[in-house]
Design a protein around this ligand. Structure first.
Ligand SMILES: Cc1cc2nc3c(=O)[nH]c(=O)nc-3n(C[C@H](O)[C@H](O)[C@H](O)COP(=O)(O)OP(=O)(O)OC[C@H]3O[C@@H](n4cnc5c(N)ncnc54)[C@H](O)[C@@H]3O)c2cc1C
Ligand SMILES: NC(=O)c1ccc[n+]([C@@H]2O[C@H](COP(=O)([O-])OP(=O)(O)OC[C@H]3O[C@@H](n4cnc5c(N)ncnc54)[C@H](OP(=O)(O)O)[C@@H]3O)[C@@H](O)[C@H]2O)c1
Length: 523
């Protein structure tokens, strides 16, 4: 969340115009749902006056390489970390960057994770399109490193490889029955409604027959849980104005879901969702939000003076409207067992109490009390998890590639979720990528990275021999234009293409040599 210091701001408006993610909004244009941010902003500087901070942000001198020569870097993964890493590298005119992604479309979780009802967040794509248009930048999209091309083949042609492959899997829940049909991970569910090509065939049902209770239970109360809950409870006519994937929209239109219960294993003060997301939920006029503090009365459970407790207290005092769908924020609750024959029909939920351990960490401890909640769908939103990356070390407990500030070894680096684990916002990956690239530049300058043994120009031929339908920048731009064109006719920002072959066909039309198009034109 961004705070603007009202005491030193001269109100010129330049930051609001320049911010690529629209994260800075003039107070005069706040909607009623955004009004709480006025107080939050003002209060921030009361609590953290930053009196020791200079008003002007220092502009650091741009580092320059001392080693002479031309250098090529491969970036694997075109999500936020990959694009920020490429941007950082391209500040050095002697470095050129090739960015690989296994999908024919870039931007990682900005395309396939950020919720469709958060279109303003997707404006970061404007910044990414500036990064990819810089001289020295090339895309190899639809190319999976580790399958279509190996690390050894890249290492032979590039001075360095930066892996920014994210965290594609999810943490298990580990309770009996969580493998029943109807129980799925938020990772799958999010990919499904966001048009990730790998997730379109999931058998996700929300009809009355599969879920007569009309209830979904979500485990975990991070921002991903809130995203999933909003999508499940949102008015489909509103979702139809977003870039939500087409088939899921059809399923959501026919949905029988009336209530989404979010289970947080700890208390309200430990909830993983962030204040801006809670403000957004509280300001949603079309939904009831109920706060369930279990055996503790809300005035005791929500007694804190922090912003989160205050907002939750305010929500707990609202009267629900029976005509609206409901999201229940339930605390001190964990699933103990998933019940069902052939399909989820209920979840046994255990009550917890809090205990602070020797390290001062507040932990949930089961009280032994349980109750059964009927449901036809259980979503585990307990965090993402990185998968092993071919030819790199892997820490199975944390799901990351062990590294020192991004350096795996001289010449091989990581940034983003594969480096630090699945936490943080889009912007967090910028400082994270900067730290990694700093190590890479240090290694280049120190002579720790030898010259590659093969000519870098041969990489395109190698990739095309394995993946003839590889998509380059022009190809991606053609897919982007086509999605926006289809969206414009339907009053939507874009209609996502989810079929990889169709993406490749559209991309191929844009990259076919000009003379071939002219010849075809002559008939
Ligand atoms: C559901 C969800 C919603 C979110 N919403 C927000 C939000 O609203 N605002 C916000 O600030 N942050 C949000 N975040 C967090 C943000 O998306 C992440 O911080 C960010 O995407 C992590 O960037 P990354 O580049 O490390 O990984 P990713 O974004 O996952 O990118 C990794 C890329 O690597 C590619 N890849 C993987 N393996 C290979 C391979 N072998 N070869 C080639 N390519 C490969 C993938 O296809 C992918 O494109 C959200 C996260 C999730 C999970
Ligand atoms: N709009 C946005 O800005 C946005 C949207 C989506 C995601 N993101 C970011 O993306 C990152 C990932 O989000 P996330 O929601 O996946 O992860 P998260 O913030 O780490 O939340 C994970 C949740 O799962 C719970 N949990 C973990 N293991 C559990 C278990 N075994 N049983 C019950 N509960 C369990 C955690 O509880 P404990 O706290 O008790 O461990 C926590 O509530 C976050 O940094 C998030 O802020 C941002």
């Amino acid at each position: 969340m961004l705070y603007v210091d009202a005491a030193s701001c001269v109100d010129c408006g330049a930051c609001a115009t320049a911010c690529p993610a629209d994260a800075i909004v003039p107070h005069t244009t706040l909607t009623s749902a955004q009004q709480p941010f006025l107080t939050l902003n003002a209060e921030y500087f009361e609590v953290f006056p930053h009196s020791d901070r200079s008003i002007l942000a220092p502009v650091h001198e741009q580092r320059r390489l001392t080693r002479k020569g031309l250098f090529r870097v491969a970036v694997v993964g075109a999500g936020p970390a990959g694009l920020y890493a490429a941007d950082e590298l391209l500040k050095h005119p002697e470095i050129s960057v090739d960015v690989f992604d296994r999908l024919p479309t870039p931007y990682g979780l900005v395309r396939a994770g950020v919720a469709p009802d958060h279109q303003h967040t997707k404006q970061i794509e404007k910044l990414f399109s500036q990064i990819e248009s810089q001289p020295g930048f090339r895309y190899f999209l639809g190319v999976e490193v580790g399958k279509d091309v190996s690390q050894a083949e890249l290492a032979a042609r590039y001075h360095a490889i930066v892996y920014t492959v994210g965290a594609a899997s999810d943490k298990p829940l580990g309770v009996p029955g969580d493998d029943l049909p109807g129980s799925l991970s938020a990772t799958d569910f999010v990919g499904w409604y966001n048009g990730h090509p790998d997730k379109q065939d999931l058998p996700i049902r929300m009809d009355a027959e599969s879920n007569p209770s009309g209830r979904v239970v979500i485990v975990g109360n991070g921002n991903v849980a809130l995203d999933c809950a909003r999508i499940l409870a949102e008015d489909p006519d509103l979702l139809a104005r977003t870039d939500v994937s087409d088939e899921p929209l059809g399923v959501l239109r026919e949905s029988n879901i009336r209530e989404v219960v979010i289970l947080g294993r700890r208390g309200p003060a430990q909830a993983a969702f962030t204040v801006p997301e809670l403000v957004g939920l509280a300001g949603h006029a079309g939904l009831n939000v109920i706060v369930d503090t279990g055996d503790l009365p809300p005035e005791r459970a929500l007694a804190g003076s922090d912003v989160k407790s205050r907002l939750l207290r305010e929500l707990s005092e609202r009267e629900p409207d029976p005509g609206k769908r409901t999201i229940v924020l339930r605390f001190l609750s964990s699933p103990v067992r998933v019940v069902g024959e052939g399909r989820v029909s209920a979840v046994e939920v255990g009550r917890n109490r809090l205990r602070t351990d020797e390290q001062g960490v507040v932990r949930a401890v089961a009280t032994g009390e349980t109750e059964t909640l009927e449901t036809g769908m259980l979503l585990r939103a307990v965090g993402y998890k990185g998968l092993p990356v071919a030819d790199l070390p892997y820490d199975a407990a944390t799901g990351v590639v062990p590294n020192d500030r991004g350096r795996v070894l001289p010449g091989v680096y990581v940034a983003g979720w594969v480096k630090r684990g699945p936490t943080g916002f889009i912007g967090t990956n910028k400082s994270d990528a900067e730290e990694t690239i700093e190590q890479l530049l240090d290694d280049l300058d120190a002579g720790a990275i030898p010259e590659p043994v093969s000519d870098a120009s041969t990489i395109a031929a190698v990739v095309r021999s394995r993946q003839p339908a590889m998509v380059d920048l022009a190809g991606w731009q053609a897919i982007d234009r086509e999605e926006k064109r289809r969206g414009a006719t339907a009053g939507r920002p874009r209609v996502k293409i989810v079929d990889i072959d169709e993406m490749r066909r559209i991309a191929a039309r844009s990259t076919r040599p000009r003379y071939a198009r002219l010849r075809r034109g002559r008939g």
